[in-house]
Design a protein around this ligand. Structure first.
Ligand code: NI
Ligand code: MN
Length: 231
């Protein structure tokens, strides 16, 4: 049994009966939609797709508080280490690894990746998405990305139970491109993310849900922050 909780924007915690699980893209402080605080989080690992603040968020504080392992693209993992995180595991696009808390594979994402501090841009490698397998379940978190044709390949190679896809437009896929992504990935369930956090990325999730259910065989589950689904 896998529990996937949405915490607003692109932040999810995924846990199971025998595992306190992971948090992905822990943007909580400064996230107007977040339903939890960094100090509420107790996980085995923090997965970060890229260095932008609305994804990197409170990763360092959470990793230190719960003595969690940070899993991220190599350059970003090194950056976390330089900021005092003891346990980091760098990976790169196409690579996978079996951890105590599940299987992780990095997928590519068409986006940027930098940590911006006091006006300085610190390069943090390539952005990524994650395939996360735990038990019999497979979850795909796309990170921040535009639509790309290799989603077809991901859909053919993997039996994806839940796809977490951005729909906010401007920085990432908008609803129409996300609909095409769903038709290529063929997940059992799709959960939209990265929308309505700020005015610029406002979207009508129920309209998107309708499009998905009319045009694909996937179920679209819209989660409110604090909401969850069980697999
Ligand atoms: Ni970004
Ligand atoms: Mn973003």
């Amino acid at each position: 049994m896998l529990k996937i909780c949405f915490h607003g924007h692109s932040c999810f915690t995924i846990s199971s009966d025998d595992n306190k699980g992971i948090i992905i893209d822990p943007f909580l402080k400064g996230n107007p939609l977040a339903d939890i605080e960094p100090q509420d989080v107790d996980v085995e690992a923090v997965l970060i797709t890229h260095g932008h603040d609305d994804h990197f968020g409170d990763a360092i504080e959470i990793a230190k508080n719960s003595d969690a392992l940070i899993v991220a693209p190599f350059e970003l993992a090194v950056f976390c280490q330089q900021r005092g995180v003891e346990k980091v595991h760098g990976m790169h696009i196409g690579g996978s690894h079996e951890f105590d808390f599940g299987w992780v594979k990095l997928t590519h994402a068409h986006h940027g990746s930098a940590y911006i501090e006091d006006g300085n841009i610190i390069y943090t490698g390539n952005p990524c998405g994650f395939l996360y397998g735990a038990g019999d379940n497979l979850v795909y978190h796309a990170g921040d990305t535009g639509l790309f044709g290799d989603m077809e390949l991901l859909g053919d190679m993997h039996d994806i139970d839940v796809a977490l896809l951005p729909i906010g437009d401007n920085f990432v896929m908008g609803p129409e491109d996300a609909l095409t992504a769903v038709s290529m990935l063929k997940p059992r369930i799709i959960v939209p993310m990265h929308y309505n956090t700020f005015d610029l990325i406002e979207q009508d999730a129920s309209r998107f849900q309708k499009m998905v259910e009319e045009k694909t065989n996937s179920i679209c589950t819209v989660l409110e922050p604090g909401g969850h689904l069980m697999l």
